[in-house]
Write a protein that binds this ligand. Structure first.
Ligand code: ASP
Length: 248
């Protein structure tokens, strides 16, 4: 991590926030703001999503995304994406254009039908991620642990939404899927409680055995402006993995 990189990340985060807020100010839906913010971060190579996503052990991207709306619990999610410029758009298309919840590796023809912009695999691969992969493969899997992105928003009607986009973890096996695209694991929104996007090693979320270890009561970081009422959710988010914020 260098000061230059940190400055760049902060600049990109500010641009993402501004993109989301600008829409909320115009009366757009919470999910519009979430997707706009996420697209900015997917396009920025600093984050583990879209361009700059983590690389699998085969040196390619395999991206996951999820979008959930709190007013109705509707959700769209995708995993194993290799050509979608903005994976969050795929999650939204699934949520809004199909009767299904989750797609694995939707084909390019279907993606085009949904209006998704496609890119060659080279677009996504950055020198920094190639270096991380080399390190992970030579140092027994020490991987760059940051960069999965998420956004939550509340719109003028009081509805909330959450979205997550990730390349998973560096050097993951081909076909591996983490928590991010799993509704109720990496991404969750419910108008009655919270909108949340999580990061960390995704296996901790869907695996009952691993989650069991996290059931010890422990301090957790409270989000400003959120009345947390879901004890189950609270216990299952280990400290340090919660990075959601709601606009008051
Ligand atoms: N949760 C993501 C995954 O396991 C990775 C991350 O958050 O960095 O795929």
């Amino acid at each position: 991590d260098t000061p230059e990189r940190r400055a760049q990340v902060e600049q990109d985060l500010n641009r993402a926030l501004e993109a989301g807020y600008a829409l909320l100010e115009q009366g757009a839906l919470a999910e519009d703001a979430v997707c706009a913010a996420i697209r900015v971060m997917e396009d920025a190579p600093e984050f583990n999503a879209g361009r700059g996503a983590a690389l699998t052990s085969e040196g390619i991207v395999s991206m996951d995304s999820c979008l959930m709306t709190g007013v109705d619990g509707e959700v769209g999610s995708a995993c194993g994406l290799t050509t979608s410029k903005n994976p969050i758009n795929v999650a939204r298309a699934i949520k809004e254009k199909t009767k299904h919840v989750m797609f694995a590796k939707p084909g390019d023809n279907l993606l085009k039908e949904w209006g998704i912009e496609l890119c060659d695999s080279e677009y996504f691969i950055t020198p920094a991620r190639q270096e991380s992969l080399r390190e992970a493969q030579s140092n027994g899997d020490e991987w760059e642990k940051h960069g999965t992105i998420g956004a939550v928003a509340r719109d003028a009607s009081g509805n909330i939404a959450a979205g997550t986009s990730t390349g998973g973890i560096t050097n993951q096996m081909p076909g591996r899927v983490g928590d991010s695209p799993l509704p109720g694991c990496g991404t969750y929104a419910n108008n009655d409680s919270v909108a949340i996007s999580c990061t960390g090693i995704g296996e901790a979320f869907p695996s009952p055995r691993r989650r069991w270890h996290d059931r010890r009561p422990r301090p957790w970081r409270r989000c400003d402006g959120v009345q947390q009422r879901d004890d189950e959710l609270r216990l299952e988010v280990p400290e340090g993995q919660l990075r959601a914020e709601l606009t008051p």
